[in-house]
Write a protein that binds this ligand. Structure first.
Ligand code: NAD
Ligand code: DAU
Length: 448
């Protein structure tokens, strides 16, 4: 069964792991489904064809302090066609590969697409394909030899060790997580398993791998952990925004599990010298976001004429950042961030939920007007509040702006317009994530 948007998806092997082989062995070149015939789930497809390291530079141990001031940084980025990372890995046997975990989810897939369009160096993408992981997001990479997809769990140490050994990445970028607060309230266990235990296992393997490196490969290795502003807890209306030194005060099982993983990352740097970096970002929005989160849920419900459920009084505040800007910031931190540091990432776009929902409605009124001048805003319904609902998040992004020259490219006005247009232009994607088709497809191909 081929899902919509996967016209040339091809399955060339059995969907179950080999008997006696690793517990996970499904490996996809780009999004082609090719189950590994080797005991080690390696398909070196990113080596095929043209040099995948096009444009990569020579110095491993040194990262060029690329963007020190906004003006200079902008010029420099232009000169590099958007590339930020300026290094190659001279050791470790692999060169320029990075390992991305959770790269089939919302932010991870945007990151992989942006990475290949800008940095252009190979990506091994390890993702468990939970309900939130979606290979449709990566359909445009189907024929791209620089992308290697591996279905698996960050907590599967055997698999992670084999991937590190086989691909010798110079960086691990960890997006893999259970990410939805409402789900964490209903059932916290998966959050503890993946966000805490899974990150712990990934860190253990990263530590062992890093310990086995030497010279420039060791000096150049990075572990970047993608985290959230929710670890800092909830702000009052007049409180200053979260800085990197704001004490952790997580309030939901989700944010507590992310906080735990952040502490583990910190400890692995402090105790073992793992060259780790942590980013704490505000609310993202943009293409490929699963429609359980506020903005895509509102768009989809509105288009179906269904109620737009706003929790409580709708006056909770979030600080919104377009997903591409988050991905750019992560590349900047990976390339120029100081090892052992944390960086807050945000767009200085604080809005109440009600303002966000009304903005979405206004854009839909413009693009898909309802009959008789009715507004989509008439579908808004105030519903019971989320348990323990954090009132306000706000990011003080001074550090990343000052040290790395980060500036979001999108304002909320431009980003939300692009986002609404993207959902209107991608009915097949919406259908695939809402009809259960995708979930059935994963089950059929992987036997999960
Ligand atoms: P998402 O739920 O859309 O995607 C998570 C991905 O991780 C999915 O592809 C899923 O299949 C994969 N995954 C889950 N468990 C896994 C496991 N055990 N092993 C391997 N893969 C696994 O999440 P997202 O919104 O893209 O968030 C990505 C990361 O960014 C998360 O760590 C999240 O905490 C963080 N973050 C998200 C936001 C936001 O607004 N969405 C903001 C700040 C930080
Ligand atoms: O701040 C970063 C975090 O942002 C990330 O770490 C999380 O992974 C991500 O899910 C997001 O968490 P939120 O809980 O802020 O996002 P969500 O889209 O679920 O909700 C945004 C706000 O909208 C929140 O105040 C709850 C409210 N809401 C949400 C939904 C789904 C509603 O009012 N109605 C809804 O139906």
């Amino acid at each position: 069964m081929t899902p919509p948007g996967f016209a040339s998806t091809r399955q060339t092997g059995a969907s179950k792991p080999r008997a006696g082989g690793p517990s996970h062995g499904a490996v996809c070149a780009a999004v082609r489904i090719e189950v590994a015939r080797l005991p080690v789930p390696v398909a070196a497809s990113y080596h095929a064809g043209a040099a995948p390291i096009a444009g990569a530079v020579t110095d491993v141990a040194r990262t060029v302090p690329l963007v020190l001031a906004a003006g200079r940084g902008a010029k420099r980025l232009e000169a590099m066609n958007g590339r930020i990372i300026n290094r190659t890995n001279g050791g470790g046997g692999g060169g320029s590969v990075i390992l991305v975990t959770g790269g089939a989810g919302f932010i991870g897939s945007n990151f992989v697409l942006q990475w290949l369009a800008t940095e252009g160096t190979p990506v091994v993408n390890l993702d468990k394909l939970t309900y939130a992981g979606n290979l449709h997001n990566l359909a445009s990479l189907e024929a791209d030899p620089r992308h290697l997809f591996v279905r698996g769990d960050i907590g599967d140490r055997t698999l992670v060790a084999r991937l590190l050994d086989a691909h010798r990445p110079w960086a691990i970028v960890n997006f893999a997580a259970e990410s939805h607060v409402d789900r964490s309230i209903r059932g916290p266990e998966d959050f503890i398993q993946t966000n805490v235990v899974g990150t712990f296992h990934l860190l253990e393997e990263a530590r062992l791998y890093h310990a086995g490196l030497s010279g420039p490969a060791r000096a150049g290795f990075r572990f970047l952990h993608v985290s959230t502003d929710e670890v800092y807890g909830s702000l009052g209306a007049q409180d200053p925004a979260f800085t990197e030194t704001t004490p952790y005060a997580p309030n939901s099982p989700y944010s507590a599990s992310k906080a735990a993983s952040d502490h583990l990352v910190r400890a692995y740097h402090h105790t073992y010298g793992l060259p780790a970096l942590t980013t704490n970002c505000s609310n993202n929005y943009g293409p490929f976001q699963f429609p359980e989160k506020l903005i895509p849920l509102m768009i989809l419900n509105a288009l179906r004429g269904q109620a737009l459920p706003v929790y409580g009084d709708g006056l909770n505040v979030r600080d919104w950042l377009y997903v591409d800007d988050h991905c750019t910031a992560i590349r900047q931190v990976l390339g120029q961030g100081r090892v052992g540091e944390t960086y807050n990432i945000g767009g200085r776009n604080e809005m109440t939920n009600l303002e966000v929902v009304k903005t979405v409605c206004a854009l839909l009124d413009e693009a898909r007007p309802l009959a008789a001048g009715r507004s989509y805003a008439s579908l808004i319904q105030f519903v019971e509040d989320r348990a323990g609902h954090d009132r306000r998040y706000a990011i003080d992004a001074d550090k990343i702006e000052r040290e790395l020259g980060f500036r979001p490219a999108e304002s909320f006005e431009s980003g939300i317009r692009r986002t609404v247009a993207w959902y209107l232009d991608h009915p097949a994607w919406i259908e695939s994530v809402t009809s259960g088709e995708y979930v059935k497809w994963v089950a059929a191909h992987y036997g999960a």
